[in-house]
Design a binder for this molecule. Structure first.
Ligand SMILES: O=P(O)(O)OC[C@H]1O[C@H](O)[C@H](O)[C@@H](O)[C@@H]1O
Length: 289
């Protein structure tokens, strides 16, 4: 998509203090920050805000705490030296809107590219489709003559009633790498809930099934994430003690859980020379029955 059709419902605005592309369709509203290409808001018609953005969010170039950070071309500092920014360069780049169009079903599609990342070997662009569901695609191209290995994530911050009261299903029986326990491998038994003993979670679930559901009795809704091209799930909340040392979380740690669609840990992606790779996710909301 290199052309912009002249469609209604797409405008520039300021959301949470960030210059953003605001999308309004009959089925939903959404906003994408041009700093970081980060989706900051998704509100399907008849529902409340799905995403959490910290009320203590800092100004650029500090990464935005909340919404959907795009971690690219690596997750955390995996496979990198210690002196690189956490979660890659895309989440502190300025992004440009390169296309917008209406699809046949009334959804609005955006295409965005990060600027100033020409020093990287890989290139990337992102598609965002706003409708009753939110679909996001991160498309990596390797223009070099050699294969390149990468990791990545959609680092979704979901707004919840109380992280202590929600569960995440779709993970039962999976092994996970516990980043809060020296990368120990353990097995998930039943749904995820915030561990009562440690009060925090930083888990990579490799080879996960691709469908994860946040069950939130307090907000009386399920939020479902389905991923294609993303073999890992990550579930993160720093818990009270660590959050108190984070300027942009603090006392608000209960208000979100990150359930991320990723390729991380052992699920590195090798992009062959001259080839492409896409990470997709779709987010949907349903009332709790
Ligand atoms: O503080 P950030 O760089 O935004 O990272 C926040 C978190 O992201 C992921 O979930 C990682 O697994 C965590 O280890 C990390 O703490």
């Amino acid at each position: 998509m290199t052309e912009s059709d002249d469609i209604g419902g797409v405008r520039h605005g300021v959301v949470h203090g960030f210059e953003a592309i605001v999308v309004e369709t009959p089925a939903a509203t959404a906003a994408v920050s041009l700093f970081a290409g980060q989706i900051l808001s998704f509100v399907p018609a008849g529902h409340e805000e799905v995403l959490w953005v910290s009320p203590l969010v800092a100004a650029p170039p500090t990464p935005i705490r909340g919404g959907i950070p795009v971690c690219w071309p690596y997750f955390a500092r995996e496979g990198q030296s210690d002196d690189v920014p956490s979660h890659g360069y895309a989440r502190t780049a300025r992004w440009a809107l390169t296309g917008s169009r209406a699809s046949e079903n009334g959804d609005t599609q955006l295409e965005l590219v990060p600027e100033g990342l020409d020093h990287l070997d890989l290139t990337v662009h992102m598609t965002v489709q706003v409708g009753a569901t939110l679909t996001q695609g991160l498309h990596t191209h390797n223009p070099t003559p050699d294969p390149i290995t990468m990791t990545e994530a959609f680092h979704n911050y979901f707004r919840v009633s109380d992280v202590d009261e929600v569960q995440v299903d779709g993970l039962d029986g999976l092994d996970y790498i516990d980043k809060f326990d020296d990368m120990a491998t353990r097995t998930q038994r039943g749904n995820w809930s915030l561990p009562k003993d440690s009060g925090r979670s930083d888990r990579i679930y490799p080879d996960a099934g691709g469908t994860y559901r946040i069950v939130d009795p307090g907000l009386r809704r399920n939020v479902e994430v389905t991923s294609r091209g993303g073999r890992s799930a990550v579930v993160w909340n720093p818990g009270e003690a660590a959050a108190s040392g984070m300027a942009d979380v603090g006392s608000h740690w209960r208000d979100f859980v990150c359930v991320e669609a990723a390729n991380a840990g052992p699920n590195r992606v090798e992009v062959p020379a001259g080839s492409d790779h896409s990470l997709w996710q779709t987010i949907s909301v349903a009332p709790l029955g």
